[in-house]
Design a protein around this ligand. Structure first.
Ligand code: SAH
Length: 395
């Protein structure tokens, strides 16, 4: 008997519209003994092949599809997908003002569990399920040959790996070892990035276009960059003529790096007040002391990874947005973001409207923002749309 994951009746529907996940609740049984990380056939209850994907019996998503339909998937299917991913970043590759971007974005690029970020001459790679993890060395060697890069770092420190039964590890993969700090350029601005120790793969590349959009409104403004990390929004807004910066983050290391990034861009003459603290409390303190700002950027970490955490996250977003609205001078700008997969764009907008009502402020949405084109949203996979932002004028 051929190895296969057999679906319950009707559960093939999402696959026929090219959604890439088989959830554990959809599985009726498993034929043969596929091993963790194998490419396995997925069949419907009638025995028709619906596609092929990476198998992991301990995961809540036991199969992640890499091909749909009857044709068997070739062992080197990933080469074609990598080539497509490289091709679709061509505009960024040619842009002389940017040398850092996401080269591969997982399911959106047909490579479930593979994240590859380019930071100038180095790549940072993550493999988030056993099937993709097995291909890690082959993929790294292929990319090393294919691209004009110096080396590749494996930054496999995401909790997602633990849920998939994989170890947490950060290690040199191929080429030259990555230096402690790498200088990258984004839209003409320079940043020092610590690839091994920084958050995520080192830098929040998904906000590149939003930083430019927000900074267009910064001239002459006193800007609070809340959840500033290494100060990317601060550098952009300062570069576009902001009058003063207030950066808030819980991480002292991130605040220090923000300072370095301001000097790297020759912006250290600007008044800059780094505040180490919890944004929820810092905003309350400003409210109590009656301090106001012309522009507030709210870019919190993920408050809801799943739908189950949605209520708590909703309260969190409402809370910080309500406080921020109260702290804005009339005509001020609020740039507010959510990277929580569990909160969709419509919900986020609704939360902001509740906050506006409670704050008694008139809020006009000037721009609806999303993740950059190097984090493409796959229409058949709504889960790939996670970053949303609203750039608003507040009276
Ligand atoms: N705006 C940044 C990315 C923000 S990531 C950029 O463009 O690069 C989220 C940041 O929030 C992290 O640096 C993290 O240290 C910080 N953080 C998390 N919870 C926080 C809290 N309650 N108060 C202040 N900072 C917090």
């Amino acid at each position: 008997m051929k190895e296969a994951v057999v679906l319950k009746e009707g559960k093939e529907k999402s696959l026929t519209i090219r959604h890439p996940w088989v959830l554990s609740g959809a599985v009726k049984g498993v034929r043969g003994q596929p091993r963790r990380g194998d490419l396995v056939r997925v069949v419907d209850h009638k025995g028709n092949t619906q596609g092929w994907g990476f198998y992991n019996p301990i995961s809540p998503i036991p199969v992640r599809l890499v091909s749909w339909g009857n044709a068997p998937v070739l062992p080197d299917f990933w080469k074609e997908a990598l080539e497509k991913a490289i091709f679709s970043r061509e505009l960024l590759e040619k842009d002389p003002s940017t040398n850092a971007y996401r080269l591969v974005y997982s399911e959106s690029d047909g490579l479930p569990g593979l994240i590859v970020d380019r930071f100038n001459d180095f790549l940072v790679l993550q493999t988030l399920n056993p099937g993709m993890d097995r291909l890690k060395i082959q993929i790294a060697e292929y990319l090393m040959e294919r691209l004009p890069i110096k080396g590749i770092l494996e930054k496999n420190d995401s909790d997602v790996r633990q849920r998939e039964g994989l170890p947490i590890q950060t290690a040199h993969l191929t080429g030259s070892p990555t230096p402690d700090s790498i200088e990258i350029m984004e839209n003409g601005y320079l940043f020092n990035v610590d690839l091994a120790k920084g958050q995520k793969t080192g830098f929040y590349l998904d906000q590149r276009e939003n930083r430019a959009a927000v900074a267009r409104y910064a001239e002459g403004k006193e800007v609070m960059d809340a959840f500033s990390y290494t100060g990317a929004f601060s550098v952009y807004t300062a570069g576009q003529g902001a009058a003063a910066l207030i950066r808030v983050d819980t991480s002292q290391d991130a605040l220090d790096r923000g300072r370095q990034n301001l000097s790297l861009n020759k912006l250290s003459h600007l008044p800059d007040e780094p505040i180490r603290g919890n944004v929820f409390q810092v905003l309350r303190k400003f409210r109590d002391t009656g301090r106001y700002f012309d522009m507030i950027i709210l870019d919190p970490p993920k408050l809801a990874a799943t739908k189950a955490q949605r209520d708590k996250a909703t309260r969190g977003y409402k809370d910080i947005n309500l406080l921020a609205l109260k702290l804005l001078n009339p005509g001020g700008i609020l740039a507010t973001f959510s990277c929580s997969g569990g909160i969709d764009a419509a919900t986020f907008e609704r939360i902001l409207s509740w906050a506006a009502k409670d704050a008694r402020r008139k809020v006009q949405v000037l721009h609806r923002l999303s993740q950059g084109p190097d984090h493409p949203v796959l229409l058949s996979f709504p889960e790939s749309a996670y970053l949303k932002g609203l750039l608003c004028q507040v009276d």
